[in-house]
Design a protein around this ligand. Structure first.
Ligand SMILES: [Zn+2]
Length: 376
């Protein structure tokens, strides 16, 4: 499976300026190529290179490999859309390959700038070991909030998918971030602060009356996001480890489209709760995929109101947030565990569908195979 790994660069001030100048020159040249391409209706990489190679080399004083890459960037951009002229922003990504970027260790890279190669130190999220032999050809140098990152594509080996003997249902929520049908509860103790913020955000959203999951996530500050990210990685890892240890598949609620199906504020509030943990669902899916654990998405309706023992569904069954009591058969359970059991049994009933991890997390990584930014 191909993943995009985000490495944070730690250039000195001098190196930062060098990278910045390189980036600006690269994109300036992109615009030069773009104008030519648009004017002459030539979008083919080879044709553009034939026409412009020496011109760009002379005008922009860029290395030969950078010229190849930037022509490729412009050509790819027009392949996606030929209906209008494409302008490249001064701080758009620079495309690197092995000839102009060398990653020998996980904490340093040798990267070409206008003024020659620079050894720049770097770091990446500690969530998974990274095998440098598996780094694929290209990497993007990106500037995000005045911070340079390398987005490198890594081929991570997948394990063959198991034939599950059991299904572990996972209920995602706010009070407990994740609860499994086997009775494990993951609360993420340090999440209290984040939860307070969610409540505030919810109130804000309520007053505005509109809601968008992406905007919601954007509202969280970097620090909170990193913390939540950390917690979600940690919890998803434990759930997948349990599934692997017990030869089980994993069942999750299918939350895609829940917004469309549940109008009204009350349902909206519930949906926000679910969406807040969209990220953990994504991590579970991709970690499971890597470990060869099948993941099943099930119908999310009434999982919290249905009795996991007799199947009777009623709002009355849910007396409090934490307790489940079936008014038909008398079954009692922790409410989240009851929901998780329902999720597990729905996966048993439904036709199993093995899932690939979320294919498109953000429009930015367009064109990359299976892109998922890992780490920070
Ligand atoms: Zn019952």
């Amino acid at each position: 499976m191909l993943l995009t790994v985000k490495m944070k660069l730690h250039p000195t001030e001098d190196q930062h300026q060098k990278l910045l100048r390189t980036m600006e020159r690269f994109n300036e040249a992109c615009n030069y190529v773009s104008e030519f391409a648009w004017r002459n209706r030539i979008f083919n990489k080879v044709e553009l290179q034939k026409n412009l190679y020496y011109d760009i080399r002379g005008t922009f004083n860029l290395s030969s490999q950078m010229v190849v890459r930037l022509v490729g960037k412009v050509s790819e951009s027009y392949l996606a859309d030929r209906s209008c002229y494409h302008e490249f922003k001064p701080h758009g990504a620079v495309i690197y390959d092995q000839r102009i970027l060398t990653i020998k260790t996980l904490d340093t890279c040798s990267i070409l700038t206008l003024e020659g190669r620079e050894m720049v130190s770097m770091s990446y999220g500690r969530y998974q070991p990274l095998d440098l032999k598996r780094v694929k050809g290209q990497a993007d140098l990106a500037l995000i909030k005045n911070q340079f990152y390398l987005l490198i594509v890594v081929d991570v080996p997948e394990e063959p998918q198991i034939e599950p003997e059991e299904i572990i249902g996972v209920d995602l929520g706010i009070a407990n971030i994740a609860t499994t049908s086997t009775g494990e509860t993951f609360s993420g103790q340090k999440c209290t602060e984040s939860r307070k913020r969610y409540t505030r955000i919810k109130a804000d959203l309520q007053s505005v009356g509109t809601w968008d999951a992406k905007k919601h996530l954007k509202k969280l500050s970097g620090k909170e996001r990193r913390f939540k990210n950390d917690t979600n990685h940690c919890i998803s890892k434990q759930i997948v480890a349990e599934a692997k240890g017990t030869h089980s598949g994993i069942a999750l609620e299918d939350l895609t489209g829940i917004r469309d199906r549940t109008p009204g504020y009350k349902a909206l509030a519930a949906a926000i709760g679910k969406w807040a943990f969209y990220e953990i669902a994504m991590y579970i899916r991709y970690k499971a995929h890597m470990a060869g654990i099948p993941v099943y998405l099930v119908d999310p309706h009434y999982t919290s109101q249905q009795c996991s023992h007799c199947g009777y569904t009623s709002r009355e069954n849910r007396k409090t947030q934490s307790d489940f009591f079936c008014i038909k058969c008398g079954h009692t359970d922790n409410a989240d565990i009851n929901a998780a059991k329902n999720i597990a049994s729905r996966a048993d009933v439904n036709q199993p569908i093995a899932l690939r991890p979320e294919p498109k997390r953000s429009g930015r990584w367009k064109g990359k195979p299976t892109a998922l930014a890992v780490g920070s």
